[in-house]
Design a protein around this ligand. Structure first.
Ligand SMILES: NC(=O)c1ccc[n+]([C@@H]2O[C@H](COP(=O)([O-])OP(=O)(O)OC[C@H]3O[C@@H](n4cnc5c(N)ncnc54)[C@H](O)[C@@H]3O)[C@@H](O)[C@H]2O)c1
Length: 437
C-alpha cells in the first residue's frame, strides 16, 4: 500500500519505518526541515534502540522516503497517518492545532479515496473534528480511523512489530478491511486487533495511560508510607504484584512519572472529565502525587546534607532521561531535581548514556556534564541516581566511594541493596525501604 505518515517524531518515525519493513511504500513527511534532512542521511533525531537499522534498510530498499512537502506526500497516499504532536494547551486540554492543520492539508491534497488514521493521542470527539477539517476541501470520499499508539519509548520498534493488541476505531467496512490488511503482519501470533467505534478508540488510549499513571502514583504513595511504618516496598510490591488480578508491571516506586505522554494525557483526561461534567477525581490526585514525588529525591538529599550542606555542594546525577533507553527528557524528574539543587545553591555534574545532547540543549551551562558516570563523581558530595539505565545497576562501589568526597548515595530507583550499601560505609537513601532520612 502507499502510505504517508505526517509527523516524523517518536511515533511517526516508528510507524513509518515498521510499515515500510513489511513491504509498504511509505513516505514520512514533517515540517521540520532539519529533521527531514538528517533522516534522508539516516541520521535520527531521537535515540530509539533498533530504529536506525530499520530506517537505513528501508530507505536503501526504496520503501521509505522522507520529505518536507506534506501536500505532495498526501497526494500519493492510499492511507494517511496523522502522527503530529498534541501538546497540552494552557487549560490542560490537548492542543489539536497540528492535527487539524494536517487534516486540512489532507482535504486539499488527496487525489484518491483515502483512509485517514489518527495516531496522535487525541481526546474523544476529535475524529469528528478531523472529518470536518478534511470535508472543508475534499471532493473525494475518505474514511476516518482512530488508531491510538501504545508503543513505549525505549522499546518502540518491538512494541510496534509485536503489539499486545491493536485498537482501531472505524466507521466504515472499507476502513476496517484496509486496516486489518495493514496490521495483519504484526498480529500473526494471534494478538488481537480490537475494532470499535471512534470515541471508544480515542477513550481507550487515555484510559490505558491514566491507569498506568495511577499505578505509579499509588505505589509511590505506598512507598512513602512504607518509610514511615518500617516496611520494605520491594517486598510489598512482590507480594501485591503476584496477585493475578493485579500483576507485577508498573509497581516500581521512583521519582515520579515523566515523558511526553503520561503527564499530558492525565491532564487532558482530567480536562475532558471537567468539560463533560464527569470529574475524574482519582486522576487529579494522581497528578498531584506525581508532582510531589518529583521533589522527593531533592528532599531526601536535603535530609542527609541539610540546607547548609547543600549550599556550595557538588552533586553528581546519574540519569537525565525520563526513563532508560531513550534520550527523551520531556517532563523528566531529573529536571525538577536539578532545578531544586541549583536553587539550593548546589552545583550539578550529570551523566546520561543517551540524553546528554538533549540536556545540553535544555540546560545550557547551568550544569556540567561528565563523559562517564564515574567522571561525574570526582569531588562530589553526593550521588543521586535518577534513571535506571542498565549501566548503573552494578557499579564499582569501591571506585564510587573513592571518588566521592562524602559517601552519600540517594537511589531513586532502588537499584542497590541497602544492607550492602551500609556495610560498604555509604549513607544510603532509597525509595520506601527503611526510614526516610
Ligand atoms: N512518544 C510516545 O511515546 C508516544 C506514544 C504513543 C502516542 N504518542 C502520541 O503521538 C503523538 C506524537 O508524539 P511524538 O512523541 O511522536 O511527538 P514528536 O514531538 O516527537 O513529533 C511530532 C512531529 O510532528 C511534526 N509536525 C507538527 N506539526 C506538523 C504539521 N502540520 N505537518 C507535518 N509535521 C508536523 C513535528 O515537527 C514533529 O517532528 C502525540 O499525540 C503523542 O501523545 C506518543
Amino acid at each position: 500500500m502507499n502510505i504517508t505518515v505526517v509527523g516524523s517524531g517518536y511515533v511517526g518515525l516508528v510507524v513509518g519505518a515498521c510499515l515500510a519493513e513489511t513491504g509498504n511504500a511509505v513516505v514520512c513527511a514533517d515540517v521540520d526541515a532539519a529533521k527531514i534532512e538528517g533522516l534522508t542521511r539516516n541520521v535520527l533525531p531521537i535515540y530509539e534502540p533498533g530504529l536506525d537499522a530499520y530506517v537505513e534498510r528501508n530507505q536503501r530498499a526504496g520503501r521509505l522516503r522522507f520529505t518536507t512537502d506534506v501536500g505532495d506526500a498526501i497526494a500519493a497516499a492510499d492511507v494517511v497517518f496523522i502522527a503530529v504532536g498534541t501538546p497540552p494547551d494552557e487549560d490542560g486540554s490537548a492542543d489539536l492545532r497540528h492535527v487539524l492543520a494536517v487534516a486540512t492539508e489532507i482535504g486539499k491534497h488527496m487525489t484518491r479515496e483515502v483512509v485517514v488514521v489518527t495516531k496522535s493521542t487525541v481526546p474523544v470527539g476529535t475524529a469528528a473534528k478531523v472529518s470536518e477539517a478534511i470535508a472543508a476541501n475534499a471532493t473525494l470520499p475518505y474514511h476516518i480511523c482512530s488508531n491510538p499508539e501504545f508503543l513505549k519509548e525505549g522499546a518502540a520498534v518491538d512494541d510496534f512489530m509485536k503489539p499486545d493488541r491493536v485498537v482501531i476505531g472505524v466507521e466504515t467496512d472499507q476502513a476496517r478491511s484496509v486496516m486489518a490488511e495493514l496490521y495483519a503482519p504484526f498480529v500473526r501470533t494471534g494478538r488481537p486487533i480490537i475494532f470499535m467505534d471512534l470515541p471508544s478508540a480515542e477513550m481507550t488510549k487515555y484510559a490505558a495511560n491514566a491507569m498506568l499513571a495511577t499505578r505509579i502514583s499509588f505505589m509511590n504513595e505506598i512507598a512513602n508510607l512504607c518509610e514511615q511504618v518500617g516496611a520494605n516496598v520491594d517486598l510489598v510490591r512482590k507480594g501485591v504484584g503476584s496477585d493475578d488480578r493485579i500483576g507485577p508491571a508498573f509497581l516500581f516506586p521512583g521519582p515520579g512519572y515523566g515523558g511526553s505522554c503520561f503527564p499530558k494525557d492525565v491532564k487532558a483526561l482530567v480536562r475532558t472529565g471537567h468539560d463533560f461534567h464527569a470529574p475524574l477525581e482519582i486522576l487529579a490526585a494522581v497528578e498531584e502525587v506525581n508532582d510531589r514525588q518529583k521533589r522527593r529525591l531533592f528532599e531526601k538529599l536535603r535530609g542527609v546534607l541539610g540546607d547548609e550542606g547543600l549550599r556550595g555542594a557538588r552533586v553528581a546525577v546519574w540519569g537525565l532521561a525520563f526513563k532508560p533507553n531513550t534520550d527523551d527528557m520531556r517532563e523528566a524528574p531529573a529536571l525538577v531535581l536539578i532545578d531544586a539543587l541549583l536553587a539550593a545553591g548546589a552545583a550539578v555534574v550529570a551523566h546520561d548514556p543517551a540524553a546528554m545532547p538533549e540536556a545540553r540543549r535544555r540546560l545550557d551551562d547551568r550544569i556540567t556534564f561528565a563523559e562517564t558516570g564515574y567522571a561525574a563523581l570526582d569531588g562530589a558530595d553526593a550521588l543521586v541516581v535518577v534513571t535506571d539505565w542498565n549501566e548503573y545497576r552494578h557499579p564499582d562501589f569501591a571506585r564510587i566511594k573513592l571518588a566521592l568526597r562524602r559517601p552519600v548515595i540517594v537511589d531513586g530507583r532502588n537499584l542497590y541493596d541497602p544492607a550492602k550499601m551500609r556495610a560498604l560505609g555509604f549513607q544510603y537513601a532509597s525509595m520506601g525501604r527503611g526510614a526516610a532520612p
